[in-house]
Design a binder for this molecule. Structure first.
Ligand SMILES: Nc1ncnc2c1ncn2[C@@H]1O[C@H](COP(=O)(O)OP(=O)(O)OP(=O)(O)O)[C@@H](O)[C@H]1O
Length: 283
């Protein structure tokens, strides 16, 4: 489990980014971390992986203090960053150098992922496109079998077939011990993949719910004509019509539209959160 307790953090000469931030992430789930540019997603991921230290509070990863960066913790974390510089060596050499840090690294799994992403081990990293480099890091990260896999904008640069391969591979790689955190702007890429949505805004967690609760409480409509105003929680123009989020009064689970949900949360989080107040109380 990962627990962030009362985290305070600011970059030098910048205003406070996180103040009293609390978050808990459980094994067996894929978390989607969403937020506008500058909301604090990458900073939060760096705090979790011990690359940034909180000014106060603590971040515990599988019982370890993340900022201590103990080897036992580090071998159980893999972060695929949004931006990276890879050395001009072959994929195979990169794997030989780096796999030793991960005691559960599987060369067989790596080969299967590389084949899926159509990458050759003898290719030089410097000759790969941005999307191919990203796919290589994702494949390497999965093959580490780290219990915490963090992916910052993983689908950025991936073509359409690679995005669906990515979703398939991610879903298949999750087991009850693993926590996968995916940060992205491309919310549609996470559809049918994530179990929980965490939305950050100006360093605050403004929404944190699981998909099952969302599909039970909210419904996503592409034509709001005829829906009583009191049931509409969020509306936006979509191809000349009004689309939006409504209260789910049908008793049936809805199909969650992550883009509408994200827009609704950013526009009016309290109204959306209100729908979950009873649910939280019940638990
Ligand atoms: N190294 C840094 N030094 C100073 N300020 C930083 C640094 N990195 C990020 N920030 C600031 O912290 C805030 C959060 O940035 P962060 O990169 O965590 O956001 P983000 O949600 O990942 O954004 P994006 O979606 O654009 O990648 C921003 O205001 C940013 O300017």
């Amino acid at each position: 489990m990962i627990a962030l307790n009362d985290i305070h953090f600011r970059y030098k000469k910048k205003k406070q980014l996180f103040e009293n931030l609390n978050l808990s992430l459980q094994p067996g789930f894929i978390y989607g971390l969403l937020g506008k540019n500058g909301a604090g997603k990458s900073s939060l991921l760096k705090l979790i992986s011990g690359l940034l230290y909180p000014d106060s509070g603590e971040c515990r990863v599988f019982g370890y203090d993340a900022s201590a960066r103990k080897p036992a913790m580090l071998q159980d974390i893999y972060l695929v960053p949004e931006e990276f510089n890879l050395p001009p060596i072959s994929l195979a050499t990169f794997v030989n150098i780096n796999s030793v840090f991960y005691s559960k690294f599987s060369h067989n799994q790596l080969q299967a992922y590389l084949a899926e992403f159509e990458l050759q081990e003898e290719d030089k990293l410097s000759t790969l496109s941005y999307g191919q480099k990203k796919k290589f890091l994702i494949a390497f990260g999965l093959a580490t079998n780290a219990r915490l896999l963090i992916l910052d904008e993983p689908t950025n640069g991936l073509d359409i077939p690679s995005k669906s391969q990515f979703r398939k591979i991610m879903a298949a790689s999750l087991d009850e011990d693993k926590i996968i955190v995916i940060s992205t702007h491309q919310v549609r890429d996470l559809e049918n993949l994530i179990d929980n949505i965490v939305v950050l805004e100006h360093g605050n967690i403004i929404f944190n719910q699981n998909i099952a609760a969302i599909s039970e409480r909210l419904a996503f409509e592409y034509n709001l004509a005829g829906i009583p105003e009191g049931e509409v929680l969020y509306a936006e123009e979509l191809q000349g019509r009004k689309a939006g989020i409504v209260k789910n009064l049908s008793g049936q689970d809805s199909r969650v539209d992550l883009e509408l949900l994200f827009n609704g949360i950013i526009k009016n989080a309290p109204v959306i959160n209100e729908q979950f107040a009873k649910l939280n109380y019940e638990y």
